[in-house]
Ligand binder design. Structure first.
Ligand SMILES: [Zn+2]
Length: 472
């Protein structure tokens, strides 16, 4: 089997586009989706998970002989963003680039909506990060198990109740992230979002320090939130850090909260941050963070520049990407090393049921109700989508433009989807038809596809249509 290609190598020029002008006749660079697809295709052989190995490789309906070619018009000249429908999808957030990207973006939209509601209510979000010291000898399973125990210590009855009271915590969200370092191995860590209601914490009489409690919140109008200061939050959370370390110790692990680098104190295992809010709501931590998190889960393709092997800190998705590149370059040693990491990641995540960011019960309904009251539009006002629904969702405005043979998809199209997509972007429907003709493959345009074809070719729809040869 030939190695998967990255990018647009092998792009065969569609029909010369006389209306496009010289600039558009050039081969377009691969976009993020092309890179994702090339990496995903490599995972068809690398992933230890059967459902990832079959995701978007085989048809959903085993009886289907045709698959819909789906298209989204990207300009008024009929340029098309194309994809193939009717395929199996795996909905595995942690191990599938294609499904993971869609799930992460869907979940980020929910979280961003909840944060915007919380911000409008005058609430604050404290973000605490917990991790442990680790080295190459630790398995991912060992580290995650220890952190689960440690989290139980943090949230054990009384101290946790007291902490929540001190900060006015109404909701707790836990997000899981993981990177792997060449030098120190797996680095799973936990981001804990504490949604603090200032009306709660400022009105309580608590017998310790007043830092950060200089105003009362009750007379503040919505939109003028009172922030909890970072030193205040750190003071309160310091106790939970102790408990975290006790939990790690049960598994023979430890953690250090700070390291000194060039004389500067830098947070290592523990970090507390108060997410900023402000009138520029699109540019605050609270608005940005959910999407930053989504990008960390699936976003290597958005980064530019790479660390040298030996010093890398990669997300699992970045490991998949370097693995795909190593396979394409024939670097078996690097590919095998990455494949071992991918295997450990995917198996452990499946067996231990890793969740990316699970919402506590009732939180979604509570926020949906507030969003409705405050008139803040967003995805929480819709029914909650399952991971499978997010993975299967079509892009808005996408329509079926043609049908292609399921066999051709499996044998040819799946392996050259990047060039097909490039053809659609450059030359619209005529270029797509030319792409299929060039390979001797059948394509059956729908009425919509026919209209797009004529629109791009600048001709009137012919009438009567050419009869199908078998119709006679
Ligand atoms: Zn998938």
């Amino acid at each position: 089997m030939s190695a998967p290609r990255l990018g647009n190598e092998g792009f065969s020029s569609p029909t010369p586009d006389t209306t496009a002008g010289p600039a558009l006749a050039a081969v377009p660079p691969p976009d993020d989706a092309d890179v994702r697809w090339a990496v995903h295709r490599a995972m068809w052989t690398v992933s230890p998970l059967r459902k990832v190995r079959t995701c978007r490789r085989f048809r959903f309906d085993a009886q289907a002989e045709e698959l819909p070619l789906r298209g989204l018009e990207t300009d008024d000249r009929g340029s098309l963003d194309v994809g193939v429908g009717g395929l199996q999808t795996c909905a595995t957030w942690h191990s599938c680039l294609c499904c993971g990207a869609k799930i992460a973006v869907g979940r980020a939209r929910d979280l961003a909506h909840a944060f915007s509601v919380w911000e409008a209510l005058g609430g604050t979000v404290v973000l605490a990060t917990f991790s442990a010291r680790h080295h190459l000898g630790h398995s991912l399973r060992t580290l995650v198990q220890a952190q689960r125990t440690a989290w139980k210590h943090v949230t054990s009855d009384r101290p946790w109740r007291r902490l929540k009271e001190r900060l006015g915590v109404r909701f707790v969200l836990r997000a899981f992230e993981c990177t792997v370092g060449d030098e120190a191995g797996w680095h799973p860590h936990m981001h804990v979002f504490l949604l603090c209601d200032p009306r709660e914490w400022t009105t309580r009489k608590v017998p310790w320090g007043t830092e950060g409690r200089t105003r009362t919140a009750l007379d503040q109008p919505i939109g003028d939130p009172i922030g909890i200061t970072a030193p205040y939050a750190e003071t309160v959370l310091a106790e939970s850090w102790q408990r975290w370390c006790e939990g790690l110790a049960e598994h023979g692990l430890d953690a250090i909260s700070y390291i000194l680098r060039s004389g500067q104190q830098e947070s290592a295992g523990f970090d507390v941050k108060v997410m900023d809010t402000g009138p520029e709501t699109s540019n605050t931590d609270m608005a940005r963070y959910p999407f930053k998190m989504a990008l960390e889960a699936v976003g290597s393709v958005f980064k530019h520049g790479r660390d040298e092997p030996g010093r890398r800190h990669r997300t699992p998705v970045e490991v998949m990407e370097t693995c795909a590149v190593a396979i394409a370059e024939g670097d078996h040693q690097a590919a095998d090393a990455d494949a071992r990491l991918i295997s450990e990641w995917s198996r452990t995540a499946t067996e231990m049921r890793f969740r990316q960011c699970q919402w506590p019960p009732l939180m979604r309904g509570w926020f949906a109700e507030k969003a409705r009251e405050l008139g803040i539009p967003g995805p929480l006002l819709e029914d909650e989508a399952t991971e499978q629904e997010l993975a299967d969702a079509d892009d808005l405005g996408t329509e079926t433009i043609a049908y292609i043979s399921a066999a051709d998809y499996g044998n040819v199209v799946a392996y050259e989807l990047d060039t097909l997509k490039a053809a659609g972007r450059v030359g619209g429907m005529p270029a797509i038809v030319a792409w299929f003709d060039h390979r001797g493959l059948a394509i059956d345009l729908t009425d919509h596809g026919t209209r797009l074809h004529h629109k791009r070719a600048g001709a009137d729809p012919p009438s009567p249509p050419v009869p199908h040869p078998l119709a006679a």
